[in-house]
Every structure is written in structure tokens, then in C-alpha cells.
Design a protein around this ligand. Structure first.
Ligand code: GUN
Ligand code: ZN
Length: 440
């Protein structure tokens, strides 16, 4: 058991009402093993009160520091670190000219392994302690990323990218070595093998990953839906309604479905723990479908601004009541830093809500990248917060990390002002230390 004395930031349990951040200027966080041996939060609150309950605990004092929950990235591409900042007219030429050529290289286990090393280090350095990530269509890339996350005790979900059409051969799923097994069949055999090997091992989880409906045949999507039905607690991840050209092509490929989003529902791919990146160009019926099925949106504001895709409709999402949280979408996204993503989400929220005279509050932005993201991922009470019982993934933030941050945060007269200063001026320099929960 160990305790940390610092300013503390966490969130009240979600009750469907407004997000409520909790802040204790002089707080104590006590962590220790639960019955399973996992390091979890045992107590949190005002220093004196908590210390009285744990008088013998060893205390590390961190003056002028803020302890906050580790961030969650709900949608990020491990093979796209080198793709960040590749300009294109829009999503489809960006995929063709930059992304697919880079993803080809992940067939080589050595290339995948060194990229996984860089990727996991970059997430952690930026304070991201849980990620739902895309790999490539090569099983080597999935094994490399799981292995690296396991070595760092990180909570991470990924899976084999399902692609059996509309891309160069080298990024499609492999054909069987012998016999007449199709790419679709082989990709589902490979996915199931990877589920059995990795899902539930340490802090790892499997995500069935149809890249997007455009890259998958009916047979592959049907097989993905069957697999999801047989493994109800694995995640599902994909993309939807990001870009107008993409949507037009999806409508041509699946004319029998009511909408692009409905295509996934028709193949059994909308449910709890199904996370759809972007969800920009949805209509009212789509938003109801998200809510009814329990699927959630990964909102990717830096990517949407960079690729000119559009603006997530926060008001529409809230009135339908579906879950969402923030994501970098690196390499369409431009930064691993949750501070950059929260700031971009603020801009996106302003665009949509200015007419209603609203803007996203700093507490809500921070929640979308921590407890709100955990809720959307089906990990509420596990990560993304520091309530007792949560796994002890947390950050030590230094609000004086740069001269401007020091000047601005010292002027903050309220929690909202303090959080906004960090959202607007913060980056990896704010994250002084990252503590990851470990099983003993
Ligand atoms: N849609 C299909 N693949 C991708 C991808 O790699 N990035 C983004 N932003 N959208 C996609
Ligand atoms: Zn993406």
C-alpha cells in the first residue's frame, strides 16, 4: 500500500446528469492491491480525513502537483505514427497515397515490433494509459502491439484489421497457404486465434476490427458479426460517416441498408462495446440506432479538422443519448496529446453549439477523455477515474511545466479556469510522471 499527497482531480459517479469533476487542493490518494492482486485506488479525498483512516501508510508528498486519472484514447492507429501530417484532399486519397503504403510495411515482424515500441512509448509519454487501437491486416502487427502493451502493463485493446477488397493486395488480409479458403474466411480464422491468445490476458482485450464497410465484402462483415455474437465481451471497432465521398461509396456497395451506419447493424456489428470512429454525418435515425444498440462514438476532432471531414454534432449526440468519448485518430489526427485533442474538441463544439449559445465546459472535455471514455468503452469503474476500486492508472501533472502555464495556472480562480488553462496551453510537458497499475 502507498499514498500520494497532492492536489487531486477525479469525477463523481455518472448519474446521467451534468458531469461533476471533484478537486481537492490538499488531497491524499491511497493505492494498494485488491483481492486479485491488482493495484487499485483504496481511498481518495482531503489529506487529513484520508490519512486518519490510513495512519500507517507511506506517503509520497508531491507539492504543487496535480494527480489526475490517466487518459483513454478511444481510437488510434498504431501503424500510422509515420503518417501524421500527410496532406490530402480528403480521406480516400489520404488512405491511398499515404496510409496504405505505410501499412504494407507491417507485414514484417521486425518493423511491427519497433513501431509498437515507439507507439506505446508515445501514448504513455503523453499520459494515455488505455487505448483502443487499430493494427494492420497482418497478424504480425497485432501480436507486436499486444506484446509491447503487455510488457508495459498497459490496458490496451486491438485486433486484426479486416480488409478483403478495395485496397492494394499487400494490405488486404492474407489468403490461405493451401486450399481454397478465401481472404474473408482466413481473416476470421486468424481473428479467432488472436481472440483466444490475447483477450483477457493481463490487461489486454480483443477488438473485432472491420476497417470500414468499404474495405469488407458482405461475407467478411457477416463473419465478423457471427464472431461478435460468439464472443459477446470482445470489443468491435470501425469507422463510419467520416467523409461525403466515403458515404456515397458505402451507399453504392450496400444499397439494401437504410444508411451507412445501418449497414453495420445489418451485419450484427452494433452493440455495447462497439466503437465507431467519427460519426459525423449521421441523421436522426442513425443517432437513435446508436442509442438503442448501445454502440458508442469515438470523437476525433484533430483528425476531422486536419482531413476536412466535418464537425461532430455534440447537441445531436446528447439529444439522442448515445455514448461518446475522445480519440486522437493518429495518423489522421495530428497529435498524441490529449490536451491537443480536448482543445480541438472545444473548437468543434463551438462550431456546432454557437447557435445555441453553448460551448463545451472544461470539465466535460476532460471527462470525455477519461471517465466518459471509460463509460463509452464499457470500462466504467475500471479505468478513467480515481474512485475507490478503479485500477491505479494516474498522472502526476506539473501545472508549472512551462513559463506560460505557470503564469496562467497561478491566476486560475476556479476549477474551470485551472482546467481550461491546461487544456489550452498543455502538452506532453505537463505530464511529469505516469503511474500504471500492476498486478502483484
Ligand atoms: N477510414 C478507413 N480507414 C481509415 C483510417 O485509417 N483513418 C481514418 N481517419 N479513417 C479511415
Ligand atoms: Zn481511424
Amino acid at each position: 500500500m502507498k499514498a500520494y499527497r497532492a492536489a487531486l482531480l477525479w469525477f463523481a459517479p455518472h448519474d446521467g446528469g451534468a458531469v461533476r469533476a471533484r478537486f481537492e487542493q490538499d488531497g491524499l490518494l491511497v493505492v494498494g492491491p485488491n483481492a486479485a492482486g491488482t493495484q487499485v485506488v483504496l481511498a481518495i479525498g482531503e489529506f487529513r480525513t484520508v490519512h486518519d483512516a490510513y495512519p500507517l501508510v507511506v506517503v509520497e508528498h508531491l507539492p504543487e502537483r496535480i494527480i489526475a486519472p490517466g487518459f483513454l484514447d478511444m481510437h488510434v492507429h498504431f501503424p500510422q505514427v509515420n503518417v501524421i501530417g500527410s496532406p490530402a484532399a480528403g480521406l480516400l486519397p489520404w488512405l491511398e497515397n499515404y496510409t496504405f503504403p505505410e501499412e504494407k510495411r507491417f507485414e514484417a515482424p521486425e518493423y511491427s515490433a519497433q513501431a509498437a515500441h515507439v507507439f506505446v512509448a508515445e501514448l504513455l509519454r503523453n499520459g494515455v494509459t488505455t487505448a483502443l487501437a487499430f493494427a494492420t491486416s497482418h497478424p504480425e502487427s497485432v501480436n507486436a502491439l499486444f506484446s509491447q502493451a503487455q510488457a508495459k502493463h498497459m490496458r490496451l485493446m486491438t485486433g486484426l484489421c479486416l480488409m478483403d477488397r478495395n485496397a492494394p493486395d499487400a494490405v488486404l488480409n492474407r489468403c490461405a497457404d493451401v486450399g481454397s479458403t478465401s481472404r474473408a474466411e482466413q481473416s476470421l480464422i486468424d481473428s479467432e486465434e488472436l481472440i483466444r491468445r490475447w483477450h483477457g490476458t493481463d490487461r489486454l482485450g480483443y477488438a473485432i476490427t472491420p476497417r470500414f464497410a468499404l474495405s469488407c465484402t458482405d461475407a467478411q462483415l457477416r463473419g465478423a458479426g457471427d464472431l461478435a455474437a460468439r464472443y459477446p465481451d470482445v470489443w468491435i471497432q470501425s469507422h463510419v460517416a467520416e467523409n461525403q465521398d466515403e458515404i456515397a461509396w458505402a451507399r453504392q456497395l450496400f444499397p439494401q441498408s437504410r444508411s451507412y451506419l445501418a449497414t453495420y447493424d445489418d451485419f450484427g456489428l452494433l452493440r455495447k462495446r462497439a466503437i465507431y470512429a467519427h460519426c459525423i454525418h449521421l441523421d436522426t435515425a442513425d443517432r437513435s440506432l446508436m442509442h438503442e444498440t448501445g454502440a458508442a462514438a469515438a470523437v476525433c476532432p484533430t483528425s476531422n479538422l486536419f482531413l476536412g471531414s466535418g464537425f461532430f454534432d455534440y447537441l445531436g449526440a446528447d439529444s439522442a443519448g448515445f455514448a461518446y468519448g475522445l480519440a486522437s485518430d493518429v495518423g489522421g489526427g495530428t497529435s498524441f496529446s490529449p490536451f491537443h485533442t480536448m482543445l480541438a474538441a472545444y473548437y468543434v463544439g463551438r462550431e456546432g453549439q454557437a447557435k445555441a449559445g453553448l460551448s463545451l465546459s472544461p470539465q466535460h472535455l476532460w471527462w470525455q477523455h477519461t471517465a466518459g471514455a471509460a463509460r463509452a468503452l464499457g470500462l466504467e469503474g475500471v479505468v478513467g477515474n480515481l474512485l475507490p476500486g478503479c485500477e491505479a492508472d494516474f498522472l502526476v501533472l506539473n501545472p508549472k511545466a512551462t513559463p506560460l502555464l505557470e503564469r496562467k495556472t497561478s491566476l486560475a480562480a476556479s476549477l474551470d479556469e485551472l482546467l481550461f488553462s491546461m487544456i489550452v496551453l498543455g502538452d506532453d510537458r505537463l505530464v511529469e510522471r505516469v503511474v500504471i497499475s500492476q498486478a502483484l
